[in-house]
Write a protein that binds this ligand. Structure first.
Ligand SMILES: C[S@@+](CC[C@H](N)C(=O)[O-])C[C@H]1O[C@@H](n2cnc3c(N)ncnc32)[C@H](O)[C@@H]1O
Length: 174
């Protein structure tokens, strides 16, 4: 697949949500995971326990948005249910992307939104769990950039790895 991605959350407070986000990020091949201004107890827990939870995919813990350092050329994509956000099913994902989600209670801060190159929303009637929202964004990236065959008209699908027959992994890398 083309490029790389990272995913993180601002002011996250529940270890289970960060754990689920990390596990899903690892499963979808994230290059790193991050948090900005995570709740204090959660920060302490993750500092003390890097081997179990953050041993599979690098985890960066930044205190505020100014501390955050993304690789050059990496675009920041806010994930938030706002009026102005782009509908995820219509969004073309940047090849190099860092997705940022909001806290369990509240929204992405204006400081973060101001730093985002794009803001996307998942077409749901109301806000869903933060780790679930992250999973849907990663799945959408995978679906749209993974080189899969188009769906047939009749029920059913492509067996094997589901790729287009002319698909060569990495050929579209820039
Ligand atoms: C549980 S929601 C935040 C709570 C919500 N703002 C509220 O008070 O009703 C946690 C985060 O998940 C993400 N999220 C949840 N549902 C979303 C959606 N439909 N579209 C985009 N982001 C969503 C956003 O990043 C949001 O800040």
């Amino acid at each position: 697949m083309r490029g790389y991605f990272a995913i993180g959350s601002e002011r996250i407070s529940k270890p289970m949500n960060l754990g689920a986000l990390m596990r899903t990020a690892n499963a979808f091949g994230a290059s790193f995971v991050f948090s900005i201004n995570a709740e204090h107890r959660l920060r302490a827990a993750y500092q003390a326990d890097t081997s179990k939870t953050a041993g599979q995919v690098p985890y960066y813990q930044w205190d505020n948005v100014d501390e955050m350092q993304l690789p050059r050329g990496c675009q920041m994509v806010g994930v938030e249910l706002t009026d102005d956000a782009v509908m995820l099913p219509t969004f073309r994902h940047p090849p190099q992307a860092a997705y940022i989600l909001g806290p369990e209670k509240g929204d992405l801060s204006p400081d973060i939104i101001a730093k985002c190159d794009h803001v996307v929303k998942i077409p749901t009637k109301f806000c869903i769990n933060v780790s679930l929202a992250g999973a849907l964004v990663m799945y959408d990236r995978h679906l749209s950039m993974g080189g899969y065959a188009t769906r047939p008209i009749m029920p059913g699908g492509t067996t094997g790895d589901g790729k287009r027959t002319d698909y060569v992994p990495g050929r579209d890398r820039t």
